[in-house]
Design a protein around this ligand. Structure first.
Ligand SMILES: NC(=O)c1ccc[n+]([C@@H]2O[C@H](COP(=O)([O-])OP(=O)(O)OC[C@H]3O[C@@H](n4cnc5c(N)ncnc54)[C@H](O)[C@@H]3O)[C@@H](O)[C@H]2O)c1
Length: 374
């Protein structure tokens, strides 16, 4: 597990996925066997990686990726490094014949993302990429509504993602500073449009075109050492997508907005028969028979409690951490050959949308999303 001392590596992948799987006794298979992940933590900084291993009672760690890749018993390479180091490391792992599982975005350009998918296919290694939002309870409940036919004909989708990321001067920033430097692989378009691609593809069946306007709203921030730096990467993106069947989707993504909504990401879906609003955990719905009839009249106090007119979609299931759910599916794929569709080619589609988003911003025009072939 490389890059495991980072935010995502430690919290989501090591603690909430791999260690949680070990705590529950591994991944049980129908035939009675159990998959038991035995991680080797890899990082650049010996002190940090050794401390992380010790904190979690793990004995195996290294600062030498090449040596780990040379060990035949280590069959899977996992990568949660900063984005711009991913391509080179994943290539090395593929060349060493390792299966690969990694964070998104897989690369900063479509060319490189496709190259990884091609190399993995040619080497015959299995591969998967984190597409966590699909496995969040709120979006799994939304998928349930879609599959049930609840919406009738889906008309439009509107998403609002973001929160205020502190500038790092008088309060520490809650995201790493490389996120705000283009030259270090940062930018909200590269970061978020790959999430929106798999989410829109997975829920509504395909993105045909994109128009995106980026912005650098906060031009100066302070880094981890308190030093001021110029922001060179977009910290907000205002994007519109045309989806299969003519559905229109708009998603705002911003690290320079303050939250007045129920969750950090909410997606409203409007259909002829009903509407729903899904977030990370919750999903609320309003059927056409429960739809109120508001009338525009600013001269009287608003007579509607609009939020109270929606119904919770019940869990009806136990939802686990989204990263862990996907890890378990990938581990089963490795061991039993169970299908797993979120591979390096699927992830390249996310990089493609991000790249087109940046181009659309630069050229100030709509762009068609071509089909990807290996
Ligand atoms: N799936 C998601 O929802 C999600 C959310 C946030 C980030 N990510 C992705 O996960 C990856 C890691 O993001 P993060 O937020 O954990 O970042 P982070 O800065 O907290 O961690 C980065 C990791 O890369 C290592 N690293 C190697 N060289 C580095 C360098 N020169 N500068 C900084 N770090 C270096 C660090 O030691 C650390 O282990 C990124 O590719 C990011 O796009 C995914």
């Amino acid at each position: 597990m490389n890059g495991v001392t980072g935010r995502m590596g430690t919290n989501q992948h090591l603690v909430r996925s791999i260690l949680a799987i070990r705590e529950q006794g591994g991944v049980k298979l129908p035939g009675g066997d159990t998959i038991w992940p035995e991680p080797v933590l890899v990082g650049r900084n010996e002190t940090k990686v050794a401390a992380l291993a010790a904190r979690h009672g793990l004995s195996r760690w290294s600062t030498d990726l090449e040596a780990c890749l040379a060990e035949p018993e280590l069959t899977l390479y996992f990568d949660a490094q900063v984005t711009n180091l991913r391509v080179e490391s994943v290539k090395r792992a593929i060349a060493a014949g390792k299966d690969v599982y990694c964070e998104k975005p897989t690369a900063e350009s479509l060319g490189e993302a496709l190259e990884l998918a091609r190399l993995a296919r040619a080497a015959g290694v299995r591969n998967g990429v984190v597409q966590d939002k699909l496995f969040l309870p709120g979006f799994m409940k939304l998928k349930r509504l879609i599959d049930s036919g609840f919406f009738g004909r889906i008309l439009s989708v509107r998403g609002e993602f973001g929160y205020w990321v502190f500038e790092g001067d008088w309060q520490e920033a809650q995201r790493p500073s490389w996120n705000y430097r283009k030259e270090d692989g940062g930018g909200i378009i590269v970061d978020m449009l790959c999430h929106w691609r798999y989410l829109l593809d997975g829920l509504f069946g395909g993105v045909n075109a994109v128009s995106c306007l980026g912005a650098i709203h906060v031009p100066e921030r302070h880094d981890e050492r308190g030093k001021p730096y110029a922001v060179t990467a977009d910290d907000a993106a205002y994007a519109t997508f045309e989806l299969q069947g003519g559905v229109i989707a708009q998603i705002n993504s911003s690290w320079a907005t303050r939250v007045y909504r129920d969750e950090l990401f909410v997606l409203q879906v409007d259909g002829t028969e009903g509407s729903a609003v899904a977030g990370l955990r919750e999903c609320k719905a309003q059927h056409r028979v429960n739809t109120p009839k508001p009338v525009w009249n600013p001269d009287v106090p608003n007579p509607h409690d609009f939020r109270a007119q929606w119904q919770d979609v019940p869990d009806n299931a136990v939802f686990e951490n989204a990263f862990k759910v996907q890890w378990e599916m990938f581990l089963k794929h490795l061991v039993t050959g169970a299908p797993f569709k979120w591979d390096l080619l699927e992830a390249a589609k996310g990089v493609q949308l991000a790249e087109l988003g940046l181009e659309s911003w630069e050229q100030r025009r709509w762009l068609t999303v071509p089909e990807l072939v290996l």
